[in-house]
Design a protein around this ligand. Structure first.
Ligand code: ADP
Length: 387
């Protein structure tokens, strides 16, 4: 081949290669829905392709004034886009431009979300040209908005549930002392009306009020500390003494008609837990046992409380058993669920709170049918030893 012919052949091959590469680029742009723009900062002109024209609703022109280009941008998004331009125009920066904004199509007035990215070019330290791409992301933004709304809605529902549970837990803590205060106050009022006023009776009733009010206060304090901080003040204490205290509280709460049958292991090592919380659990279990027997119209009867070392687990093991109606297999599945109750005035938080308290003290709480008599329920819990 002669030299001019060779040159002509090379130019032809180059032209074809260029055409192919352009075609590939066009196809890639088309399938990604990309528009390309070239902003000439010195002349305030924007060169754009058909896709950009289509997005902006700008007819078929290949050039548009920067003013017209900006006019289509949603007024609320202009400042953020301008900030991105200023940042990209900083000669000390890397010239990268990225922004998301809405445009209002000049032809059909539809609003669309656009994501753009580009690179600023500099001459003599001045930003002169921004070349970039734009893509419509309206669908993505709408989806994001829907997800955000759904998230906000489920968060609101969750907050409501937490509020309802917290309120129920507080109600559960206050129910008993308030009922006792009301009963003591009635006794005090009677004593005052009595012409031969018995000072001793009045004093005992008022003392009862004070004790119950203090108990309500400390219960609330403990509960709130537990809910807020999750922190637990633990110290070693004797479980046997605690059982006696809990029985006394259950009795002053008006649960007089039961006879505790105690089996307390002698010289058992001290446990390490929060005393008030464990006491609360025991009072709860005793109260449930008495209520179960009463609801079944059973005469006053025994409640067995056993405290022993669980050798297998190397933990203290407490069991509260009653000889009430017991719990059916269907009901058992739900008794630890918050708000589950079979009592007309029950709140259904006692067992849920008790289990949470024992677990946060390092133990376990569970139910078993009573093994000592033909019917009844047995609630067990464990606690770690101090040593
Ligand atoms: P509440 O006492 O307010 O109902 P709890 O969480 O303490 O809430 O108890 C949930 C349910 O478990 C009770 O309503 C009752 O059906 C059942 N339950 C608890 N303890 C006993 C028990 N000793 N004997 C029979 N059923 C019981």
């Amino acid at each position: 081949m002669t030299k001019p012919a060779q040159q002509q052949f090379n130019a032809q091959a180059l032209f074809e290669a260029l055409q192919k590469s352009e075609e590939r680029l066009r196809l890639a742009k088309q399938s990604a829905g990309l528009g390309v723009f070239d902003f000439d900062a010195r002349h305030e002109l924007v060169y754009w392709d058909e896709r950009m024209c289509e997005l902006w609703g700008g007819g078929t022109t290949q050039t548009v004034s920067y003013e017209a280009f900006l006019a289509a941008i949603h007024p609320d998004d202009r400042a953020a886009r301008q900030a991105a331009i200023v940042q990209a125009s900083d000669p000390a920066g890397n010239g990268e431009f990225k922004a998301e904004f809405r445009i209002i199509n000049a032809k059909d007035s539809t609003e669309r979300w656009i994501a753009t990215a580009g690179k600023m070019h500099f001459e003599d330290g001045h930003a002169t040209r921004l070349i970039g791409i734009a893509q419509e992301i309206t669908e993505h933004k709408n989806l994001e908005k829907t997800l955000q709304e759904q998230r906000a809605e489920s968060e609101a529902i969750f907050k409501q549930q937490v509020a309802a549970r917290t309120a129920s837990a507080i109600a559960h803590e206050l129910n008993q002392p308030l009922a006792a205060i009301s009963a003591y106050s009635e006794v005090a009022l009677h004593a005052l009306k009595d012409t031969n006023m018995q000072h001793e009776k009045l004093r005992r009733a008022l003392e009862g009020c004070v004790t119950q009010a203090q108990r309500a206060g400390s219960s609330l304090h403990e509960l709130l500390a537990f809910l807020h901080e999750g922190k637990l003040a633990v110290a070693p204490f004797e479980l046997n003494t605690l059982v006696t205290d809990a029985l006394n509280i259950a009795k002053t709460d008006g649960y007089k008609e039961f006879f505790p049958k105690l089996q307390l292991e002698k010289n058992m090592p001290a446990v390490l837990a929060n005393r008030t919380q464990v006491q609360k659990v025991l009072v709860n279990l005793l109260r449930n046992a008495v209520e179960a027997m009463r609801s079944a119209g059973m005469p006053a009867t025994e409640i067995a409380v056993t405290v022993q070392t669980n050798q297998q687990l190397n933990m203290a093991h407490v069991c509260v058993q009653d000889s009430g109606p017991g719990i059916s297999p269907d009901t058992v599945k739900r008794i630890f669920e918050p708000f589950f109750t079979t009592k007309p005035t029950g709140i259904g938080m006692g067992l849920a709170i008790s289990r949470a308290l024992i677990e946060s003290n390092g133990g376990q709480l569970w139910f078993e049918p009573n093994t000592l008599s033909s019917s009844g329920a047995a609630f067990h819990f464990t606690l770690p030893f101090a040593t």
